[in-house]
Design a protein. Structure first.
Ligand SMILES: [Fe+2]
Ligand SMILES: [Fe+2]
Length: 147
């Protein structure tokens, strides 16, 4: 059984954003499998990928919010920043040999669920309006944020 199953209660109704949130969910599921297998190299690899992808998602979202003229972009950015510091701290602890994987997973799941349902949903009308006007913006921009 998966660690976390995506369902429509987590959808914000913007495909590109839902896809990125779903990718984070599948990272957690991959991490869970590697952890259960006891494969520490794999855990490290997935954990680094997860943190990196989450940071890229935040940067993409922040750019999109700012472009869309969403008035609460700055406070939202701040919320991301605080959480990034938190997960980077877990990453460092993992690198120093501490077993933080399960804690990171459960905190990320709780944080992301709350964040999607509140902060992320709040920008949706602004972002939808922007994306409807600026067709092609996603294709032009996405490569700047994700490797
Ligand atoms: Fe966000
Ligand atoms: Fe998000």
């Amino acid at each position: 059984m998966s660690y976390w199953t995506w369902d429509s209660s987590l959808s914000v109704g913007i495909n590109i954003i839902d896809e990125q949130h779903q990718r984070i969910v599948s990272y957690l599921n991959e991490l869970d499998i590697a952890y259960l297998e006891g494969d520490n190299d794999k855990v490290t690899h997935i954990l680094m990928g997860l943190v990196d992808y989450t940071i890229s998602h935040f940067a993409f979202e922040e750019n999109l919010m700012a472009q869309s003229g969403y008035p609460l972009s700055d406070p939202h950015k701040m919320v991301h920043k605080v959480f990034v510091a938190h997960i980077n701290n877990y990453k460092k602890q993992h690198e120093s040999g501490r077993d933080i994987t399960k804690k990171l997973m459960s905190e990320l799941q709780i944080w992301l669920t709350n964040h999607i349902k509140k902060e992320d949903r709040d920008y949706v009308p602004y972002v939808n309006k922007f994306l409807n006007k600026k067709k092609g913006w996603i294709n032009k921009t996405i490569g700047l944020f994700f490797r």
